[in-house]
Design a protein around this ligand. Sequence first.
Ligand SMILES: *Cc1c(COP(=O)(O)O)cnc(C)c1O
Length: 383
Amino acid sequence: MTEKNAQLGVSFLDLDAHYAPILPKIREAMERVIAHHQFIMGPEVGSLEAKAAACCGTAHAIAVSSGTDALLVALMALGVEPGDEVIAPTYSFFATAGVIARLGAKPVFVDILPDTFNIDPAAVERAMTKKTKAIIPVHLFGRCADIDTISRIAKARGVRVLEDAAQSLGAEFSRGRKSGSVGDLGATSFFPTKNLGAMGDAGMVFANDEALAARVRLLRVHGSKDRYYHEEVGGNFRLDTLQAAVLEVKLPLLDSWAEGRRRAARRYEGLFRESGALEKAGIVLPASPPSGEEKQHVYNQFVIRTPRRDVLRSHLASQGIQTQVYYPLPLHLQPCFQALGHKKGDFPVAEKASEETLALPIYPEIDEAKQSIVVRAIAKFFA
Ligand SMILES: *Cc1c(COP(=O)(O)O)cnc(C)c1O
């Protein structure tokens, strides 16, 4: 995109606007780390963990090197090994399934629900076998999956639940329970574009069970409690102190940012309704949570559907309006999972979603003027 277009159009994210008010505090926090130079497992890591656990409502939080590593070390702690099956939605970021395969276990893909894009509990039930070790519900785009049904299915069979809360940090199930806090373990990501972004890679594992939390901590440092003595084969899954310091400054603002994202989502809904584009163009807006349950969605993404997604996307790009496609190819059709023997048609809801979904610019600081540019451009394209 040219500079000129960028000024006229709408960028997908605006990290300048996001960081402007907090940068002085972040610099101070980084300076403190530079001064004490405990770059590995410095005091900021522990204090971030305590605050993150309080925020997520879990007994434990273990800071790790990325969201992917959070999922990986969590599956390791749950004892997933070669020969095990792990059920996951076929419509998610690659890491959800990649970590299963990396442990030599088999990703068992299931379809999603068409309205929330989240894992279909009935499909999970059908996919259960004697080899099922765990289920990974993903709270996609920031919208909570049906954790109560998933938990019930899992409990009945003694299967573990790992919540992939990479996109949903701060989102709440019913009765105020936070995403990431209900499964045996929860994993989140602080990738810079997530609702709580670090200045690099970072992640967190959430746990209520003391023994599981201890196992994650052990695996995070090569399975070693006493240095150079190794009880298990783990990895280096530590979070840098510098990233912990950045995240500690940002964490208290997470809820207000979620409010900002929800406000922006309501504005999009209003603007789309006024524009008449919904009927004319057959655009489907993201399903909003039931009334009184608004916190079930933190809108990491605002994802619309249209059968003419690709032409619309090019048209918007030509006007400097940035959009994204999450995700163009479901996991069961990825070349690296060819050996699983899936073919097109196996999971039709996910396949249709990957042809029709378009993520529009959304972030806490986006204003009505920018959102109307987006909606007007879409309405005009279909007029
Ligand atoms: C971002 C993301 C991850 C991985 O997080 P990283 O920090 O990028 O490794 C895993 N699952 C989902 C659903 C994600 O969106």
